[in-house]
Design a protein around this ligand. Structure first.
Ligand code: PMP
Length: 374
């Protein structure tokens, strides 16, 4: 008779590189009544009424069935939206899933037999804190390449001189516009980087609908460039988890092989399709958010706070007095949740998502009250 293995410490049953790994820490989703949530860059406005209606109507007997495995109807609509072929699009359970797939598809786990650049996953820093974790889970080598002090993108010349960036790296990721700074990048500068890069380069445009430029054309023109987009932020659909990549058909074909069979849930597909039929509603929201962003920037700067120019739906700001950690707590006491990162290179800053007009009012009022009572 087979005897079950005596497991004293289940941690030791994991592969060694996973035992000490710290997983990704998502922004809190507390259930506090009346809380104003400005910590995870969700959109303050609901999905378009038609999106809610169509999604609700899809909750019927078809929940019994598997959804379309390759999200074909959605890919066709996205292809029309972007002026490309559906074969240039893959849809994921949020763009997070696609980023994880890309790490697995393009980089090798570290080993003595493999030249280092094959296992290299590099990205500018600070940026999306999930990237290094995805590389670590896979056993690849995460490499952080510092952005300029103002979060600007180093030029190809500077990268060559700095020697940290590897132009042969298996996978490179650029968050554009950058998170958590909100800084936007010029397509011309991104193109110069893509020109020089030999391996796959992902331009993560999670926040691009709030920016002045987008680099989608680079994914259509360069076979090693992927543009990553999401319905989460600009299209108020975090809950449904729908993101997508645009890339060369051969890149998409390869990625399709590594996908889970039914990776995008049916209601997510329905909601994302309906979203693409309601674009004018969302364009109005982008304008409202950009207006609120300008107002928040102006008012905080007026109170002596350092504010970085943002091309996203959040701003990065350094309080005039008191530590950022103090402000996180003081605002939380007033039922306003913002994001603070404890990492030493970021711990002077607060990242604040742009809320609705009334949420921005409440935030500014709370800041004035806290400042006055300090
Ligand atoms: N990229 C960046 C830069 C992000 O901030 C996020 C959201 N945290 C994502 C990708 C992932 O978004 P989603 O999985 O919701 O599509």
């Amino acid at each position: 008779m087979l005897r079950p293995m005596a497991v004293r410490n289940p941690t030791l049953l994991f592969r060694p590189h996973l035992r000490e790994l710290h997983g990704y820490t998502p922004g809190e989703q507390p259930k506090i009544r009346g809380l104003i949530k400005l910590n995870t860059n969700e959109n303050p406005y609901p999905p378009a009424p038609k999106v809610l209606k169509v999604t609700q109507q899809a909750v019927d007997g078809r929940l019994r069935l598997y959804p379309n495995p390759t999200a074909d109807a959605l890919r066709e609509k996205l292809a029309r939206f972007h002026g490309c072929d559906p074969l240039q699009i893959i849809v994921g359970n949020g763009s997070d899933e696609l980023l994880a797939m890309a790490v697995r598809a393009f980089s090798e786990p570290m080993s003595r037999e493999v030249p280092p650049h094959f296992s290299r996953v590099q990205f500018f820093w600070p940026s999306y804190s999930l990237y290094p974790i995805l590389a670590q889970i896979h056993g690849a080598t995460p490499i952080k390449v510092p952005l300029a002090a103002d979060f600007g993108l180093p030029s190809v010349k500077e990268l060559k001189k700095g020697k940290i960036w590897d132009f042969r790296a298996a996978l490179s990721l650029v968050t554009t516009p950058n998170a958590p700074s909100g800084r936007g990048y010029r397509t011309a500068d991104l193109e110069a980087l893509c020109e020089a890069q030999k391996g796959i380069i992902i331009l993560d445009e999670a926040y691009v609908d709030f920016a002045e430029e987008n680099a989608l054309e680079l994914a259509l023109n360069y076979p090693h460039v992927i543009v990553s987009r999401t319905f989460s932020k600009a299209y108020s659909l975090c809950f449904q988890r729908v993101g997508y990549f645009v890339a060369h058909p051969k890149v998409i074909e390869g990625l399709q092989k590594t996908r889970d069979s039914y990776n995008v849930n049916g209601l997510g597909q329905v909601a994302a399709e309906a979203t693409l039929d309601a674009l004018p509603y969302y364009h109005k929201n982008f304008d409202r958010i950009k207006k609120s962003r300008a107002r928040l920037h102006r008012e905080l700067a007026g109170m002596g706070w350092a504010v970085l120019p943002s091309q996203t739906n959040f701003i990065l700001t350094r309080p005039a007095q008191g530590s950022a950690e103090y402000w996180l707590g003081a605002l939380r006491d007033k039922k306003l949740l913002v994001r603070w990162f404890s990492a030493p290179d970021m711990n002077e800053w607060l990242r604040i998502s742009i809320g609705s007009e009334t949420e921005v009012d409440a935030l500014l009022q709370a800041i004035r009250q806290i400042q006055a009572s300090a």
